[in-house]
Structure formats: structure tokens, C-alpha cells
Design a protein around this ligand. Sequence first.
Ligand code: PDD
Length: 276
Amino acid sequence: EWILHNGEFIRENELNVSKEDRGYQFGDGIYEVIRVYQGNLFTAKEHIDRFYDSAEKIKIVIPYTKDVFHKMMYDLVEMNEIDNGQVYVQITRGEAMRQHHFPQVTSPVLVAYPKKVERPVEMMEAGVKAAFVEDVRWLRCDIKSLNLLGNVMAKQEAHEAGAYEAILHRGEVVTEGSSSNMYGIKNGVIYTHPATNLILNGITRRVILELCKEQGITVQETAFTKTEALEMDEIFMSSTTAEIMPIIQIDGQNIGEGVPGELTKKLQQAFEANLK
Ligand code: PDD
């Protein structure tokens, strides 16, 4: 396997990361996960734009143009002969003597590697269970930060409860999933939290909103509560890896009939058609 390190393709055993890399010590960096379908990077431009936006928000300067960066991602996929899979890419503020404030001179450290992974077709057909977990993350969830403790703790809590995803809520208000965006459907209208600082504006979310426009499905970027969630006709989540995933149960309570809903299935079909 070839991995990318600061613009060079190397073998994994050649990778050196400093004990004082700020990503390692502080989670001082940002990342992206980009899906590969049939050897092509799906919505590459949107992921690359968000990668640069996240970096800018924490004042990391990526030392490549977007075109060069795109080419590197493309080469990584090709050199590793990835058909269906994903690319993980992160950039940290780099190596510096441990102190909280930014070092004077920084050379960011970029690492990217691909992985073969099939689409989760069975789960998308059957639907998954979710669990409510209080959203105790910070107030800049719009940044795709390497600091994922809040997300990791939430996912673990859901996992221990036998659920696939945690539905995060700040007080009564549902924000998003621990690694996904969240949607509720009531009387044919799709509700989802607006793209504020309280959620990550998913690329899959943006694709879904676009598909809804094309299909004439009404979307309201309005948050819903936990109580409202349980009364929805359908609930689904979205992410690069999970695509459009029906949620059929929350904390043991059925959503609708406890099976994937019609509108969710329609969206799944539209999403799949969009990949070809
Ligand atoms: N997670 N919200 C959060 C908190 C996320 O971590 C993610 C993605 C999303 C969905 O974004 P997108 O549609 O662009 O993948 C929403 C990635 C897949 C991960 O951490 O593995």
C-alpha cells in the first residue's frame, strides 16, 4: 500500500510521525473522508473545498493548490488500485515543542491513505438502530477537527447500547449523529438541523438536499426535538460511508412501522442513480 506523506508517496513502514506532532498531542488538525466509487473520488471538489475551509478556520495553511491536492488524491487511489473504498486524509499543525499556542514556524504534516470498503447495502436495506446521547461537544462542530472525543464517547455509548449510531441532542434539540447528519420525515416533509456551528455540514447532506430539490421533495432546514423525533414517520442518517441509512428504532422504540420508510427508500434510489 502506498500512502501519501507531505506530497510524497511512501510505504507505511517509512512513515515517521514526531512524538510532538500537534495532531498527536492536541488533536490540532483537520481531516476528510472521501468515498471512492468505481475508482472515482465521489464529490471530490466538495470534500477538498471543505478540507481547505476547515484548515483555514483553524489557521493551518495547506501548502498545495487545490488542483495539486486533487491530483495527489487521485494518484493515491490509482496507485493502490482502489475500486470501491475511501480515502482518509488529515493535516496537522505539525511538529513543535509542546506548548499550547501555535509555534512561530509551522510546517503542517499531511497524511493520506486509502482503504477498500464495499457499500453497506444490507444495512441500508434493513435499517439500523440508534440511541439518544447528549451532545456535549464544543461549539465549532462546523470544523472537521481531529478532536473527536465528544463524537467517540457518544458512539461508544450507543455501541454499548447495541445501537449503530448516536443521535446527539443539545437539551431537547437533535443536532446530528456522532459521525453523520440526521433527518426526520413527517407528512412528506424532511426536517434536518440547519448548517450552523452546531453540526458538520455533510457533503452527503448537500447531495441529499440537491436530490430533494430535483425530486420535488420539501426540505425544511429546521431542527427537531427528541420528542418530535420519536413521532416522525421516518428517520434516516447520512454520511460518506453510511450514505443514506434508515433508522428504524431509537432507544428501543420503533420509528413509524419499525422498517425503512418509503421516502427514505426513494432517496436511496435517487442517490444510487446519481453515482452512475
Ligand atoms: N464523518 N457529522 C459528523 C459529526 C461527521 O463526522 C460526519 C462524517 C458527517 C457527515 O458528513 P459527510 O456526509 O461529509 O461524510 C456529519 C466521517 C464519514 C467520519 O468521521 O468517518
